[in-house]
Design a protein around this ligand. Structure first.
Ligand code: SPV
Ligand code: MN
Length: 625
């Protein structure tokens, strides 16, 4: 196809918008995929309110979203079998001789390109193609990466307008020099509004050319190119350039006298990442993806996004007052895969209120007790149902969100769902110890939200395992090197919101996590002492007692403290054994230092055990530290 045909599909106005970017390689890319996917027409979205509104209206016109009772609320449904990230069909396309190691899903590049281009042929026939431009990270910033998204889904384009900073002007500023990521998405043929050919769902990632293809799917994690698809490309680019792309929240933790200290935190899905970022009294920079760079001997971070694609299950008035309020007021929100009652309002499991017995959900018309084709009862909302909002609407948005320099990171947190091993909060001895024993040793127990047995520990280093586009060993090495040259690297902490007693009861209340943050903030400024244990530094009772009183007006008992912070040696030793086994057997390029640091930790634990037994109360360790 030549440029004339592109002009015909675009119409004069859209065509001129494209050419105004003065970027020949962008135009070549667009021509190639317009020719292949063969949409009926093309819409080019610039940063104007008018264009952004047009996409919103398109989502209603095409039926991809429906209006709800509250102004500016809409609902979108993904197909019944299209409710989560498809790990099996998400693959890196690798040239011969390139190997990312056994843990990363990859296939031959030529083969993959042929398959995906065959699927894309004429796939957009009769549909409109939306072309949108974004900036990952603040515009005009060294951190940021320009991106172009081609999609035939107005829901995807609309979601991206909520979640990412507009980048049309950024492309204009950069002209031909823009090193941009490219995303091509098609929901494919639709049946009752959802992707029909999910058996041919494919998400293929071309690292070499910085392009991701996603077809026959609608679920955001598979289709919103700038989210986890771009993250995979960015991990690769960061590795080449010496910075980090992390699955991390970024937040301002508010200390004494108006001080704000920034923390980043990595948690696997459903482990409290968004709710940590949204804690009352603190300020949010981002809840999912961060770029980290070193500047003047400090670590700086930006939020790649400007919105939240958050899990809605379990959000209730008591534990999440901030999000609750937003979800019930007239902000622009896309609810996905929730239950819509006869009152045209969204309902979800774990909302702490009565849910209607019938309505519309991700299975179509729904009633209590409805079963799917496999005989499983269909939940009112899907466990992975989500809400999409722009951070702009939040009262607790941090004022530095768009700072092109990013924010200075004082602490990095790693946390997973762990019923029996880690204490609620612990600081590592130094950068390497933290990266290895907290980040690279991160595990999380499966929940009812994933298929299969509950409570099974899954290894998930830095909560980034699903997205790594470089060999695991290299990724760990990059992390180690990143902090090694810093004079004052951020402190690294492990947290555990999910510790239980022997009877299976949680040892902490949901709101306690704010106390761990406040303690970490004080540690980052050297204002509180800590107890040295074989696995790191833990808080002293007196400091927590004071913080519980000050922040939550709670009387924190020494008995609770002892239960929560008792060092559990057998569990910690078993964990080290599991982690070492994984790295020995599955990560051929694991760095030696990883084994050394874990072995030293094991020795410290064995020595403590010989002296004090299997379970050691903090007071006993305090006497020694
Ligand atoms: C996650 O699962 O970590 C998410 C949602 O943030 S998704 O976009 O599906 O990755
Ligand atoms: Mn995520």
């Amino acid at each position: 196809m030549d440029i004339k045909l592109l002009k015909a599909k675009c119409g004069k106005e859209n065509y001129e918008k494209l050419l105004a970017l003065k970027n020949p390689s962008l135009v070549d890319f667009v021509i190639k995929y317009v020719a292949l996917c063969n949409p009926e027409r093309v819409f080019v979205c610039n940063d104007s309110e008018e264009d952004i509104r047009y996409i919103r209206e398109e989502a209603i016109r095409t039926g991809e979203e429906k209006k709800l009772a509250i102004d500016d609320h809409t609902v979108h449904f993904d197909g019944y079998y299209d409710q989560a990230r498809d790990k099996e069909n998400t693959k890196f396309l690798l040239s011969k001789g390139v190997d990312l190691g056994p843990d990363i899903n990859a296939m031959d590049r030529e083969e993959g390109l042929k398959e995906i281009h065959d699927i894309l042929k004429d796939i957009m026939q009769g549909h409109q193609l939306y072309i949108s431009f974004f900036s990952l990270g603040p515009t005009n910033s060294e951190f940021s990466i320009p991106c172009v998204q081609l999609t035939d889904s107005s829901y995807v384009a609309h979601s991206e307008n909520l979640l990412y900073r507009s980048g049309y002007e950024e492309f204009k500023r950069l002209g031909g020099s823009a090193r941009f990521f490219k995303f091509v998405h098609s929901e494919g043929e639709l049946e009752k509004g959802v992707s029909k050919n999910v058996a041919k769902r494919r998400i293929y990632i071309g690292l070499q050319e910085g392009i991701v293809y996603s077809v026959n799917t609608q679920y955001g994690g598979n289709t919103i190119g700038l989210k986890k698809l771009a993250m995979r490309l960015a991990i690769n680019r960061a590795s080449e350039e010496g910075w980090l792309t992390e699955h991390m929240l970024v937040m301002g933790v508010h200390g004494p006298e108006g001080r704000v200290s920034y923390f980043t935190g990595a948690f696997p899905s459903l482990c409290g990442k968004t709710s940590t970022a949204m804690l009352k009294g603190e300020t949010i920079v981002g809840d999912d993806i961060a770029y980290l760079r070193k500047e003047d001997g400090e670590v700086r971070a930006v939020n790649v996004e400007k919105g939240i694609f958050g899990i809605i299950m379990g959000i209730n008035k008591k534990d999440d007052p901030e999000i609750w309020e937003i979800l019930h007021s007239p902000n622009e929100i896309i609810f996905s895969n929730v239950l819509i009652g006869e009152d045209n309002k969204p309902y979800w499991i774990g909302m702490g209120e009565e849910i209607p017995q019938k309505g519309q959900n991700y299975s179509g018309e729904w009633w209590a007790g409805k079963k799917d084709a496999e005989g499983n009862e269909i939940t009112p909302s899907h466990r992975n149902a989500r809400f999409t909002i722009s951070l702009r609407n939040l009262k607790n948005i941090d004022e530095r969100i768009d700072d092109p320099q990013g924010v200075v990171v004082r602490g990095i947190i790693y946390g997973g769902r762990d019923s029996d091993t880690w204490v609620p909060v612990e600081e590592s001895f130094d950068w390497a110890h933290g990266i290895i024993t907290k980040g690279a040793s991160l595990e999380s127990e499966t929940t009812a939200a994933t298929l299969g047995e509950e409570g099974v520990r899954k290894f998930n280093l830095m909560s980034n395992l699903d997205f790594l586009s470089i060999p695991l060993g290299r990724y760990i090495e990059n992390n180690l090197n990143f902090g090694a040259s810093l004079k004052n690297p951020p402190l690294i902490f492990g947290v555990n919101y999910f510790l239980k007693d022997k009877g299976g009861e949680y040892l902490n209340a949901v709101e306690d996590k704010i106390i761990w943050l406040k303690w970490m903030e004080r540690r980052a400024h050297g204002e509180v002492d800590a107890i040295k244990t074989p696995t790191g530094y833990i808080p002293q009772y007196k400091d927590l007692k004071r913080l519980f009183k000050e922040v939550l007006d709670k009387d924190y008992s020494e008995e609770d403290y002892i239960k929560q912070f008792t060092l559990r040696i057998p569990e910690n030793l078993a964990k080290i054994e599991r982690i070492v086994e994984i790295y020995k057997t599955k990560v051929p390029d694991a760095p030696d230092i990883l084994f050394e640091v874990l072995e030293e930790e094991e020795k410290r634990l064995e020595a403590a055990k010989a002296e004090h037994g299997d379970y050691i109360a903090p007071a006993v360790l305090d006497r020694e530290s």
